[in-house]
Design a protein around this ligand. Structure first.
Ligand code: SAH
Length: 196
């Protein structure tokens, strides 16, 4: 678990925006993640009509999939382009409004009301603004956060969770000497210490 080589690496918001502009988005998948399909029952735990959070959501197709099952989906993403592509690729009408609590923040909400996507940094959010969640789908999120921001990110996520919530986390395992990330290598031991 040698995480040394990646610990000081920083990807700026501008770099993420540029990835979207250049279409450099190899992380985006057209199909629902097989691990979400496989472990859906762990996320739902027999419950219906959940509030499910997608940190660093991109244009993840799983948001539409879960919304179609009757859940309320909330996401956050710095790229406005990503959010607009999400709605247009699924032919979903939406409206756009400013978020008074967040300078420059915008909320894109499906007209049907069950998909609410915040365009801002995740670090601008709080439970006062978005409420708390029954479930979290964290794929391409903890592993995309800069290593120096992991503790802050996880503290926020814990704050956004209801008492009986479930958190599905996807990580990747590889030799961090061979690839600079993202996705970053977050070893199991670090997941344990971050989430406690
Ligand atoms: N979870 C998505 C996207 C993964 S890529 C998926 O599964 O496809 C990580 C995404 O996080 C990128 O779209 C990037 O623009 C966004 N991002 C990076 N830093 C962010 C931040 N601080 N706040 C919100 N979004 C951020």
């Amino acid at each position: 678990s040698d995480v040394g080589p990646q610990k000081d690496r920083v990807v700026t918001e501008e770099e993420w925006l540029q990835k979207w502009e250049l279409g450099n988005i190899g992380f985006h998948k057209e199909q629902v993640h097989p691990l979400l399909q496989k472990h859906l029952d762990l996320l739902l735990n027999g419950r219906s009509g959940l509030r499910i959070f997608f940190p660093l959501c991109g244009k993840a197709v799983e948001m539409k999939w879960l919304a179609d099952m009757g859940h309320n989906v909330v996401g956050v993403e710095v790229s406005e382009q990503a959010l607009k592509e999400f709605f247009s690729e699924h032919s979903l009408p939406y409206c756009e409004e400013p978020v008074p609590e967040i300078s420059g923040g915008k909320l894109f909400q499906s007209t049907s009301g069950n998909i609410s996507l915040y365009c801002c940094s995740i670090y601008d959010l709080s439970s006062t603004i978005v409420g708390k969640f029954d479930g979290v789908w964290d794929r391409g999120a903890l592993v995309a956060v800069n290593p120096c921001d992991r503790q802050r990110y996880v503290s926020l996520m814990i704050n956004l969770m209801e008492k009986n919530s479930s958190y599905l986390l996807v990580t990747v395992s590889y030799d961090p000497n061979k690839h600079k990330g993202p996705p970053f290598y977050v070893p199991e031991s670090e997941v344990q210490s971050l989430f406690g």
